[in-house]
Design a protein around this ligand. Structure first.
Ligand code: KG4
Ligand code: ZN
Length: 335
């Protein structure tokens, strides 16, 4: 059978990315141009700045992805692109570029849900992974517990009612003036701290599958303010470790509960927070007792990239789920 070549584009937030894949799961190139340095001084992503930077970068990044893969425009079978969720101006840059390519090359355009992309990063790393399984999607914008019934078929079991888990990491890091993005910084600091030093609250919401991190966030902020008022020393390593433990314990416990109650033996972690070392360790240890296997993508495929979008796009493409030129960016697209 002829190989299927996917060109994938991702620009939903602060990474301009393009990738080329062969038959959905083999990555020929994965180029990521990150804007983190640019947004650092603002303590978070500035949408207008992000869009402008995407416009400057997109051409170069796509060309680099093709060159690195040794692929010419004529070899591409379809273009996959993130059309939501994300920042509307940022999404439109990638989407317009993808539309122009699909139109001029006369090949199908496949719009991809960014969240679905994060889940699909696992298919690239774990060649034997097939639905059904449970996935815990934890990123800067999302915290979802989902049953993957088939490629492209999902049932949401639970989600956050307020902050996303990555957002909580970023906000706590900002409150302690640690820098952006907060997740990796807190992860590193926590290694030197005592996770039992401070007892922060865990929200189990009567043991359903939903999450809530705003109470935890307020509790950490109150703790920091009280310490400052009393002019007492704040041990940032202990705050980082204790906060992280509170997040990770709830994520891990709920994901395992979902797998057990639904009769699954595999949980795949997805999204930026899936690179958290404490989450990986805790859930892997907790899962052993129940014979549940934990899978996660390598670090580079956890945070935003186009390879994961290409993989999700491939499965949409072979199912005939393509889009026409009227496809628009959907900032609040749901999975
Ligand atoms: O998936 P992603 O790149 O973008 C979104 O789709 O949101 O995730 C970015 C989020 C940020 O909130 C970042 O702080 C968090 O992932 N993150 C981490 C770690 N690495 C990235 N959170 C905790 N521990 C990490 N090691
Ligand atoms: Zn993402």
């Amino acid at each position: 059978m002829k190989d299927i070549i996917t060109l994938a584009i991702e620009s939903s937030c602060d990474e301009t990315a393009a990738a080329v894949l062969k038959n959905g799961r083999e990555v020929l190139s994965n180029i990521i141009s990150t804007q983190i340095e640019l947004h650092k001084k603002f303590g978070g992503v500035v949408p207008e700045v992000a869009s402008r930077k995407h416009i400057e970068n997109i051409d170069v990044v796509v060309q680099q992805a093709l060159d690195k893969a040794g692929i010419k425009f004529k070899d591409i079978d379809h273009v996959a692109v993130t059309y939501g969720p994300g920042l509307v101006g940022a999404l439109l840059v990638g989407l317009s570029h993808a539309k122009a390519l699909a139109y001029s090359l006369n090949i199908p355009l496949v719009g991809v849900n960014h969240i679905e992309g994060h889940v699909s990063a696992n298919y690239i790393e774990h060649k034997d992974l097939k639905p059904p399984f449970i996935t815990l999607i934890v990123s800067g914008g999302h915290t979802h517990l989902v049953e993957v019934k088939d490629y492209g078929e999902y049932e949401i079991l639970g989600k956050t009612r307020d902050d996303a888990s990555g957002e909580a990491f970023d906000k706590i890091a900002r409150a302690m003036n640690l820098g952006y993005p907060g997740g990796p910084i807190i992860d590193n600091l926590a290694k030197k701290g005592n996770k039992h030093a401070i007892e922060f609250p865990r929200a189990y919401l009567d043991d359903g599958y939903d999450f809530s991190f705003s109470g935890l966030k307020s509790s950490v902020l109150n703790y920091l303010n009280a310490k400052k008022m009393k002019k007492e020393e704040i041990v940032v390593e202990d705050v980082a470790a204790s906060f992280q433990e509170a997040v990770v314990e709830v994520l891990s416990t709920k994901a395992i509960k979902a797998a057990r109650e639904r009769g699954y033996r595999t949980i795949a972690l997805a999204g930026g927070v899936a690179s958290n070392s404490a989450l990986r360790e805790k859930i892997t240890n907790q899962a052993k007792e129940f014979n549940i296997e934990i899978k996660y993508p390598p670090l580079i495929l956890c945070t935003d990239n186009a390879a994961m979008i290409g993989c999700a796009g491939y499965y949409n493409y072979i199912k005939g789920r393509t889009h026409d030129m009227s496809l628009n960016a959907v900032p609040n697209l749901k999975i």
